[in-house]
Every structure is written in C-alpha cells, then in structure tokens.
Design a binder for this molecule. Structure first.
Ligand code: URA
Length: 216
C-alpha cells in the first residue's frame, strides 16, 4: 500500500514538474506553465488577428508592444500614433524619442524595459480611444502584465492611468504616490506628447521619474 502511494506521489511530481507522464511519455498530461516569451507571442498573435473593435478596420499595423521579457519597468501609453501604425512598434515617433530621454534619465535603457499601449491599434486622427475600444483591448495588456511581472508599471498620461487604476481621478491627484495593480507598484506621470506641448510639465515629470527610481 505504502509503495503504491509513493509511486503515485512520484508520478504526480513528474506531472507537476514536467507536464509529462514518465510511464507514458507520449502523453502530455497537462500544459506546462508557458514562459513569458510564449505568453507574449500568443498575445501578439491574437492582437494581429483581432477584430474586436472598429480600430481594426482603419489600422495599418497592430502595435502589440516590445521590450525585455523581464523588465524593471513597463511603460504604458495610450494608443499608437502615425509612426507606430506605420512600423508596428510603440513610441517610435516624436513622443517616443522624448520618452527615451526619460528612460535614460531614470538610469535605464529602452531595450531593457517593456513599452506597450492600452489600445493596440491607432485611433483615426490620433483621437482618444473610445471606452468600448479600451474595454476590448485592455485584456491584452492585462495578459502582458501577467506574463512580464515588471517591477514597476509607469502609466503615461490620463488614459493609461485611468485604465490601469480603474479611477477617474485627475493626474494631479494620482501623481506623487505609489499605487498598485495586481500587486505591482504603479506610478503615474504625464504623457510625453503632453509635455512636448507644455514645457511647464517637465519639472513634475522629473519628480515622477525620481519616484520611479526609488522603486527599482
Ligand atoms: N503615444 C502613445 O500613447 N503610444 C505610442 O505608442 C505613441 C504615441
């Protein structure tokens, strides 16, 4: 009886550790927990074929996001703009060039971080994403967060902050403190495009980057 019990436990451990049965190696008994690379590529593949909202009609390319699979920081923007729609890469236009300066100021490299958006397709004329478009697309971002486990999430602007923190509070109210999403610290700052339009926002962004650095 004891031998049978140990054998069963042994087989169970085998299943849990490898996802395969040693006695019947041809049978996969469960799905092995996928690694971040495969989780992210399955999100990217779904995004590529997504028709959940009307943005799929006007987009040229989807922009799922890019970066390190174990990022210290996940930067989350609003939605792709013209350059991003052309290239399929996030933050590669003027706002992206400016964001790269912020990343460097925080002592980081762009390639070491992950950059994504709330909405993966460009809204026409760069309008704000509509609530139904956000609702359709946020589950992709949630799956990316689950796969990446970033040390910190940095929300760029109001749309990302509201979407990830489920609030309608102003950026002024949300900045300057550490929030949490799924157990991950979240900081909020202005969107790089907003700061390019209004240089007075540079000083508060610097404060926000200092707060971000304390969490790394
Ligand atoms: N603005 C965003 O919010 N995201 C991008 O990828 C580019 C500009």
């Amino acid at each position: 009886m004891t031998r049978k019990l140990w054998k069963t436990l042994d087989l169970l451990q085998d299943y849990l550790e490898t996802g395969f049965s040693r006695e019947h190696p041809e049978i996969e008994v469960r799905e092995v927990a996928p690694d971040p690379a495969s989780l992210l590529s399955s999100v990217a593949a779904e995004v590529a074929g997504c028709t959940r909202c009307a943005l799929s009609i006007s987009r040229r390319n989807v922009v799922p996001g890019e970066g390190s699979l174990r990022p210290p920081v996940l930067f989350v923007g609003e939605a792709p703009g013209e350059e991003e729609d052309k290239t399929g890469r996030p933050f590669v236009g003027p706002a992206g060039k400016y964001l790269e300066k912020w990343i460097a100021a925080a002592g980081l490299e762009r390639a070491a971080c992950f950059i994504a958006n709330c909405v993966k397709c460009r809204p026409p004329q760069n309008r704000e994403p509509h609530p139904d478009e956000l609702a359709a697309c946020i589950p992709f971002l949630e799956r990316q967060i689950g796969a990446l486990h970033p040390r910190v999430i940095c929300c760029l602007g109001r749309i990302a902050s509201h979407a990830l923190l489920s609030t309608s509070a102003s950026l002024g109210e949300l900045r300057g403190r550490v929030h949490a999403r799924a157990g991950i610290p979240v900081v909020v700052t202005y969107h790089p495009s907003a700061v390019l339009r209004d240089q007075a926002l540079r000083a508060p962004v610097w404060q926000d980057l200092k707060l971000l650095k304390t969490l790394l």
